[in-house]
Design a protein around this ligand. Structure first.
Ligand code: AKG
Length: 253
């Protein structure tokens, strides 16, 4: 089995999400996005966020993201990822993993042609630096040991925004200056992904949204954050977690 996550900080596993989970979660996620769309016809994005907050949903209009949190609680963190994916995550974390229930998100990205006014692509960042506080990342704390499982619910990377990853692995936290102007000589990877593929990224992996003017479609994805079960980062000690179980169903062939 390949171990590029351990070596390079990322690994793409085609069809890594279980099909039943993907379909059930997609239905719920798309239903909430449709509600957001309908609310947006008569409210500002910030009023939509306030309305959803009253219903217990954290919504960030700048990346059209909502917190999976308690939504679909019995579904979204369980039976999601197949054997190969779980093996790779465990190799990176050095043992069994838990899904952090506070750090799961649905996100939507648009091509330039139809991006809502308040919306922006994600700029260069490391999840291990930002995940503690997505609204206001703390610049002085170190990187957290974690793995992100980034799963598109629609095909992406070619006609719809995908991910751009900096090649190689550097285990320190980048400074704000380095993030605003990363070394252009470092190779970048812009994978074309299909619905249900899984991109695993270590907390130190440098990445951002990949979007170019030729893209014409929007993309929706979900993200799971995996932590070591035996040694979860102290910063997340109060977060609810569930064990990462191996899904019994295969993914999209
Ligand atoms: O969905 C995207 O375009 C990027 C999201 C991302 O990098 C993140 O949430 O860490």
């Amino acid at each position: 089995m390949s171990r590029t996550l351990v070596r390079d900080g990322c690994e793409l596993i085609a069809g890594g999400a279980s099909l039943g989970w993907l379909e059930a979660l997609s239905t719920g996620v798309h239903r909430l996005y449709e509600r957001i769309r309908l609310l947006s016809l008569r409210m500002t994005p910030w009023a939509v966020a306030q309305q959803l907050a009253l219903e217990g949903v954290l919504y960030l209009p700048t990346a059209e993201s909502f917190h999976l949190g308690a939504l679909y609680r019995d579904l979204w963190a369980r039976d999601a990822l197949n054997d190969v994916v779980v093996d790779v995550i465990e190799a990176e974390l050095g043992g069994s993993a838990d899904v952090d229930l506070h750090l799961g998100w649905a996100r939507r990205q648009y091509p330039e042609c139809c991006r809502p006014a308040v919306h922006a692509p994600h700029s260069w960042h490391q999840d291990g630096a930002c995940a503690a506080n997505v609204v206001a990342p703390e610049p002085t704390v170190g990187l957290v040991s974690m793995v992100t499982a980034w799963i598109p619910l629609t095909d992406c990377g070619e006609h719809a925004p995908g991910l751009e990853l900096s090649e190689g692995r550097r285990r320190e936290r980048y400074t704000p200056e380095q993030l605003s102007d990363p070394d252009p000589k470092v190779e970048r990877w812009r994978p074309v992904m299909r619905r249900g593929d899984v991109m695993l990224m270590s907390g130190d992996k440098l990445h951002r949204t990949h979007v170019v003017p030729t893209m014409l479609a929007a993309r929706t994805c979900v993200e799971l954050r995996l932590l070591s079960r035996d040694q979860p980062p102290a910063r997340f000690a109060d977060h609810a977690r569930v064990p990462l179980l191996r899904a019994c169903q295969p993914g999209i062939p």
